[in-house]
Design a protein around this ligand. Structure first.
Ligand code: G
Ligand code: G
Ligand code: MN
Length: 511
């Protein structure tokens, strides 16, 4: 079947479209899943940050409570109050040490008792919190200092970095969590940093405590979205691939069904692969050539010569039948116009027309151009309409046939006897010829009933004053029978097979 033969390029395009229709739902689905994953991760970091804030606030509540209770003691002799300092350290969870200040100087500590150390409140974030890298006792463990001041009095309590790091690690789990206090920040590995907090590639969140001067940053490193998708979404991926395959298969078949034949035929039309074959029609009495029927052939580069039954239905379906017939008429004129001077009387040229060709008036112009290629009166154009698909009588078709008749174009009903045209139909379209279907001719001398039908058709055409052409005449017996009944025109292998233009011209000149 020639319509399945594809050029390499066409096949490539079709593969690409199939692939695309398969990939599109997969890619679209992936994009949606990606956004969904990003949202889920963002939600997760927000929850983690909230939880961390809650934990830190809980710890700071203890240190703040210790400082609050010690603040009224500031100014008193260190020896008198250092037990009170130590009591807070022992009683309050998370509190590592406590100190008292007077006029921005630490003068009493829970660990050493009497000390002298300047401490400017400007270091403290909003005056109350300071994250330190360490202190002389534990230089490598970060610690968070909470400070309360009232005029010259001051009280401090410290929170061990170990507890902070634990929260960052345990709550964070897969989320990266940082604790930021003023210009300093602490990472989950317990390291103290200074300067800007690094930006996270995925689901970055920053949350400030409403009660203390610290904030928490949370996020994920680069690539976490894909990692999350590959661990959470495998069932959805299978579903996506399933839809992709279905969509690809649908895309494949839709293309195959809708566009493939017409594309191939359009290509063939441009490559002038549709060519005319000519079969002579002879006079019933003297058997001289009175004309020819033009029969389309597809000269396919791979399949060879293709008969019209195999491609005309596709051509009708895609609307290509109109330009194909136009091309056929042009080629016919190119073959026959140069020899038209040798015609005796008007040479009948039969062109096959389908019902779909009669939906507008384009045909009129094609016929006009065809006739213009010949000397006036040299040819007679006969449009053959098969009886198997009748033309609906509409305003357009009436206009069409009126204009065709005005041009001198004649109408023949092809395959007559196989369809169901009424006498009304024959009159309505101003029919000039009936072409008796070859199945009746084949029954001459074989089947009595078919012969009766044949006789009736011949009588009918005589009464209606229609010309009559017998198709498929293969034997002299058939020819004699038809001639004896006054059939004007005969067509069939007995007189000539459909042949290419060159052969036809050659045979015509010997005639
Ligand atoms: O000669 P052949 O076997 O090819 O003819 C097969 C059928 O194809 C015939 O019924 C004939 O009417 C149809 N056919 C041949 N050429 C054309 C054409 O140019 N246009 C249309 N519509 N039908 C054609
Ligand atoms: O358009 P139409 O259906 O009349 O086309 C005529 C068809 O009959 C073409 O397919 C043509 O090749 C075929 N044909 C023409 N003469 C003969 C013949 O003598 N015998 C047979 N079997 N077929 C013929
Ligand atoms: Mn025909």
């Amino acid at each position: 079947m020639p319509l399945n033969v594809k050029t390499r390029r066409k096949r490539g395009i079709r593969m690409a479209v199939t692939l695309l229709s398969g990939l599109l739902p997969v890619l679209l689905g992936l994009a949606i899943l990606y956004m969904q994953a990003e949202r889920a991760l963002k939600q997760s970091t927000e929850q983690t940050a909230e939880e961390a804030i809650r934990q830190f606030e809980l710890m700071l509540d203890n240190t703040a409570q210790a400082a609050r209770e010690l603040l009224p003691l500031a100014g008193q002799n260190c020896n008198d109050v250092k037990l009170a300092l130590r009591e807070q350290v022992t009683r309050r969870p998370f509190v590592r040490s406590t100190n008292l200040l007077w006029d921005n100087t630490i003068y009493c500590s829970s660990l050493f008792g009497d000390v002298q150390e300047a401490s400017v409140s400007g270091d403290y974030s909003k005056g109350a919190l300071l994250l330190m890298k360490g202190n002389p006792v534990t230089p490598d463990t970060a610690l968070l200092v909470y400070r309360l001041s009232k005029e010259k009095q001051g009280a401090m309590s410290t929170l061990d970095g170990y507890h902070l790091t634990n929260v960052l690690r345990l709550i964070g789990r897969k989320t990266v969590l940082l604790l930021q206090v003023g210009p300093h920040w602490l990472s989950a590995d317990g390291k103290f940093h200074e300067g800007a907090v690094p930006a996270f590639a995925v689901a970055q969140t920053r949350l400030e405590s409403s009660r203390y001067a610290f904030s928490v940053a949370a996020g994920f490193p680069e690539g976490e979205t894909w990692r999350f998708m590959s661990s959470e979404y495998p069932p959805l991926f299978s579903l996506l691939i399933f839809f992709g395959v279905i969509s690809g298969v649908i895309g494949h078949f839709v293309q195959k069904r809708s566009s493939a034949p017409s594309n191939e035929m359009r290509r063939a039309l441009e490559a002038a692969e549709f060519i005319p074959y000519f079969q002579p029609v002879v006079h019933g009495d003297n058997k001289k050539w009175s004309g020819a029927e033009v029969l389309m052939r597809w000269n396919h580069p791979k399949e060879g010569l293709v008969r019209p039954e195999l491609f005309i239905p596709f051509a009708e379906h895609s609307g290509l039948i109109v330009p194909m017939t136009r091309s056929l008429m042009q080629q016919t004129a190119e073959w026959l116009a140069p020899v038209s001077s040798s015609f005796e009387g008007a040479f009948h040229i039969g062109i096959n027309i389908t019902a779909s060709h009669c939906k507008d008036l384009e045909l009129v112009e094609d016929c006009r151009q065809f006739l213009a290629a010949f000397e006036p009166g040299a040819v007679s154009l006969v449009l053959e309409l098969t009886e198997r698909e009748l033309i609906e009588p509409t305003t357009i078709t009436h206009q069409l046939f009126e204009q065709l008749h005005a041009l001198g174009v004649m109408i023949a009903i092809d395959d007559f006897g196989t369809g169901h045209s009424s006498l009304g139909y024959l009159r309505q379209f101003n029919v000039d010829f009936l072409k008796i279907d070859q199945s009746f001719v084949a029954m001459i001398g074989v089947d009595a009933l078919s012969r009766h039908i044949l006789d009736t058709i011949i009588e009918l055409s005589a009464k209606l004053d229609l010309g009559i052409v017998a198709e498929g005449v293969e034997t002299t017996e058939q020819s004699d029978y038809l001639t004896a009944r006054g059939v004007n025109f005969l067509q069939g292998y007995l007189f000539g097979r459909p042949m290419p233009g060159a052969d036809f011209i050659n045979a015509l000149s010997h005639h």
